[in-house]
Design a protein around this ligand. Structure first.
Ligand code: PGA
Length: 259
């Protein structure tokens, strides 16, 4: 894992957007795995700016989102479909046919999950997967105890996640209890993974994911097994990492030597 510690959210977002933009420039038909939540908003804003001001071309990019609430329609203002459209897709030149987000209204959930996996394979696999992390250490909606080798599936949201996400709904009762999510196994097949976190409330989850044991109780910890993961965290989210100085030292060398 390469751990990059930035001074704040803004710098985290800019670093992340640059990595995604480089990927798109190197391979215009890149397959991107995308995430929702507060964490990647700044990254999307920066990518939109790059599209408008620097001509970043997303016309050939293919995207797969990590997850979607189950039981709400795509046009529901709290659906992840709506989030992606409002915060990213409608501001860039992505081809709507290239966008994939789990169907929160799928009748045959098992068949849907299998077809989502097949679509990812058909597209050639995910080149770069963007991830946030939950306070309970989840990636996508892989809550504590989820299989570290799981595939796309229906899951029940943990109480902590329901509470955290209630801020977007009228009240806690309105938060869907189920979601469709890529599994850890699906995520681990991505060629490259970019994990972002900011704020003090993510410090425990980041410490557990990066320096703790690999355990299904902190599903982000499986990323330690992946050969190409970049973790970008602000100072607050990095505050409980024991080897902070070491990560800074490594990055300094890599930057000085141009790697
Ligand atoms: P957040 O969510 O970016 O809104 O903090 C992250 C997550 O739960 O994965």
């Amino acid at each position: 894992m390469r751990v990059i510690i930035t001074k704040d959210y803004e710098e985290m977002s800019i670093r992340a957007a640059r990595i995604i933009a480089e990927q798109i420039r190197r391979k215009p038909n890149s397959v991107l795995g995308l995430a929702t939540g507060s964490t990647p908003l700044g990254t999307y804003r920066e990518l939109i700016r790059m599209h408008r001001e620097e001509g970043l071309d997303l016309s050939k990019v293919v995207t797969f989102n990590l997850d979607e609430y189950y039981g709400i329609a795509p046009d529901h203002p709290q659906s992840y479909h709506y989030f992606m459209l409002e915060n990213f897709f409608k501001h860039v030149n992505i081809n709507p046919r290239n966008i994939h987000i789990p169907d929160g209204l799928a009748k045959d959930v098992k068949a849907f999950c299998e077809s989502y996996e097949k679509e990812i394979k058909k597209a050639g696999g995910i080149d770069l997967q963007l991830l946030g992390i939950g306070r309970d250490g989840h990636i996508a909606f892989n809550e504590p105890g989820s299989s570290l080798m799981g595939r796309t599936t229906l899951i029940a949201l943990a109480e902590e996640t329901i509470k955290d996400n209630a801020r977007f709904f009228k009240n806690e009762k309105e938060v869907p209890r189920l979601a469709i999510t890529m599994g850890c196994g699906t995520i681990m097949e991505s060629r490259r993974i970019l994990l972002l976190a900011n704020g003090e409330n993510k410090a425990d989850a980041i410490a557990a994911a990066v320096e703790g044991p690999i355990t299904s109780q902190v599903t982000a910890s499986i990323l330690q097994m992946h050969p190409d993961v970049i973790v970008i965290v602000d100072e607050a989210a990095a505050s409980k990492l024991k080897r902070k100085e070491y990560y800074k030292h490594v990055n300094k060398i890599l930057e000085e030597t141009g790697f």
